[in-house]
Design a protein around this ligand. Sequence first.
Ligand code: ASP
Length: 300
Amino acid sequence: MKKIAIVLHGGADRATPFLKRNIIGSEKGLKEALLKGYTILKKGGTALSAVEEVVILLEDNPLFNAGRGSALNNRGEVEMDASIMDGKTLKAGAVSIVRTVKNPVALARTVMTATKHVFLSGYGALELANATSAVIEPDSYFITQHKYDDFLKFQKKNKHTKNTLGGTVGAVALDVKGNLAAATSTGGTSNCLPGRVGDTCIIGAGCYANNRTCAVSGTGDGEFLITNVVAHSISMLIELKNMSLQKACDFVIHKRKYNQGQMGVIAVDPKGNIGISFNTEVMRRAWMSEKGEPMVKFFK
Ligand code: ASP
């Protein structure tokens, strides 16, 4: 059988009390999602389906900042972003400022497959969700006690206190046909301004896949992931400089002198090599070892 590979992340962050309290639960969630994706790949499914299904499970898990459990903006609202990209065709789908859609990553895939566009935002994304019978949930479904408490803390401090991260999710995979795919989904950053859009739904920043180079999913300070064009930069270092995947990830995260952001990436290349790099205290992540053992790690 040809090589398959899968890596996922549950966000780059500080070792927050919430994260420490929920280590076992988050490990379980990541492992479950990993096994789901791996099973799809093992059965000959596509990398695209594997990353979508993995991200859907993590969106449904309230311990991660995507779908249920999303961060709240400074008005206490949930606005979600997601994207998906197919490394074979270079087709992609993305959505931003999405509310009430249970699985934004599935809607991103619908944008890719059912429209002539790459990116739909706000009310247009919601209209597509309704037209394609995507699952809709009330606002209350998405808001967990933990994120609501965070919101109240921010309200007490200063409305303009710095945004915080907290568990964006993503997956990259290689399937048996040698195709790569990436998907990323987030509730954004806590206490951000309404209408703020991060890197997660920006193709080339928080998500990129190209069969010739690699598939990448990013997490961290979205503003910096966008301006550093993180995911596409990694692909370019492989394409133009022939760097190994891990070196390219490390270069973008650790060696660029002008990188001031807190960030992390997961990546896979067409040979099934995986790349993981982050400059935060923690990045919740999971991957399948060469021997087919599930690996889950949070700290360095
Ligand atoms: N990158 C996400 C954003 O800026 C946040 C995160 O990864 O935690 O929206």
